[in-house]
Design a protein around this ligand. Structure first.
Ligand code: ZN
Length: 132
């Protein structure tokens, strides 16, 4: 099994998690840093001893902006929408859309949900759980 896992791309385990409603990140066995996005070596100590863990999906908004002018026709129907950097309780950050739009603030608690896209891929999305 370990041999098989070594041949997966670094993001494959992450994508499999999304399909199963889980936000996965890599935990460094050497220094305990939570690493995201997926990588081959720890961002803090460069160790390759990384293990996958499932995030609780709970966190806070670190920064947020409302996009009024979509960057491409693909996003035009969604505008205005909120784009945020969210810090998960495990200590890593991810950039995601936040719903409902226009209500999130820095420090607002969120929970991750998983939304199927038009191309059938699944992306994580933050849903406000409390408004500060
Ligand atoms: Zn490390």
């Amino acid at each position: 099994m370990r041999h098989e896992a070594k041949h997966k791309s670094v993001s494959e385990t992450y994508r499999e998690g999304l399909c199963n409603g889980k936000l996965r990140y890599q935990h460094c066995i050497n220094c305990s840093t939570a690493n995201f996005p997926p990588r081959k070596c720890c961002s803090a100590c460069q160790s390759s001893e990384l293990e996958w863990k499932d995030s609780s999906g709970q966190g806070v908004i670190h920064s947020i902006t409302t996009v009024h002018r979509a960057p491409s026709p693909k996003f035009k129907k969604k505008a205005p929408y909120d784009l945020a950097i969210v810090e998960l309780d495990e200590g890593f950050r991810i950039m995601v859309n936040v719903t409902p739009p226009m209500l999130g603030k820095i420090g607002s608690r969120i929970g991750m949900t998983f939304q199927e896209q038009a191309d059938l891929s699944i992306l994580p999305e933050a849903k406000l759980t409390a408004i500060i």
